[in-house]
Design a protein around this ligand. Structure first.
Ligand SMILES: [Zn+2]
Length: 279
């Protein structure tokens, strides 16, 4: 039994249902919530949880058939079951244009990620676009927010004041960065999201954040403070390792198990060069 928890928020056609799945229950970064609002599913969960994802989706389909599947970015925990959901339902998933080639060809992932999530499966998609709606006709607006991944696109529901945030939130403070993440873009994207009028944030790892806009603001403020402190220490002549140890503590098990793919040094190296309002 690897369904970890069910979620429910809102009422009537604005009701959002969530199901958390995951092979390992080692915290929010090893489990994933698939969200559903009416006939729309947002992200798919990882491929090694297909048995559970299928059961939940099929139970829901008895009440409301799936009309559209929206993928926020190509990472395997978000897209791993897209091919199987497409085959089962006959729909073509929507995905960010910048992620479509990777989704179509499949791609390699590190061993640790393979253990946690399973491997992504190639899937044909059609682009997300500005005319997407829920069953009641209310708009679903894609907002491109690169940084964590080039293709990451949040889904903003202005009438409900909901934000499906892909991997833009996860936590109020960041301690590690992946090698392929771009901190400057990530912060510019956070700033872009903070111009939107939303209340509730739906994070597939953290869960439903009711004070979502303030939580995202806090994340931005914390990162900005970290960048400023890192730049000051850099100007004082400290090297990356010294700055990392001073601000975040020494590298730990995360750097070791990921072979420095996800580590504190990656964050500090980019924090030093962050420019406010830069692009
Ligand atoms: Zn991701």
């Amino acid at each position: 039994m690897t369904i970890r928890r069910h979620y429910r928020y809102g009422s009537g056609t604005d009701t959002v249902l969530g199901t958390r799945v995951g092979r390992f229950n080692l915290g929010i970064n090893t489990t994933f919530i698939i969200y559903r609002i009416g006939d729309t599913v947002i992200d798919t969960g990882p491929s090694n949880q297909w048995r559970h994802v299928r059961r939940v989706l099929q139970q829901d389909w008895q009440h409301t058939p799936l009309r559209q599947l929206l993928i926020t970015h190509h990472h395997e925990d978000h897209s791993g079951n897209a091919a199987r959901i497409a085959a089962l339902s006959g729909i073509v998933p929507h995905a960010p244009q910048l992620g479509q080639a990777k989704l179509a060809s499949g791609y390699r992932t590190p061993l640790l990620q393979k253990m946690i999530w399973g491997s992504p499966r190639p899937v044909q998609t059609t682009p997300l676009h500005d005319q997407l709606t829920l069953a009641d006709g209310s708009p679903v607006l894609p907002v491109h927010t690169p940084g964590h991944a080039k293709d990451l696109t949040c889904l903003y529901l202005p009438r409900q004041k909901y934000l499906f945030s892909g991997d833009m939130y996860i936590s109020k403070s960041l301690k590690y960065l992946r090698k392929d993440e771009n901190l400057q873009q990530l912060m510019d994207s956070l700033a872009r999201l903070l111009t939107l009028d939303f209340d509730i944030l739906f994070c597939p790892h953290r869960g439903i954040v009711e004070d979502g806009r303030n939580a995202l603001q806090e994340k931005y403020d914390n990162l900005q403070a970290l960048c400023r402190q890192a730049a000051t220490l850099h100007q004082q002549g400290l090297d990356t390792t010294q700055i990392t140890e001073k601000l975040l503590g020494p590298e730990d098990w995360m750097a070791r198990v990921t072979g420095n793919n996800l580590c504190k040094g990656n964050l500090i190296r980019q924090a030093i060069h962050w420019q406010p309002g830069g692009c």
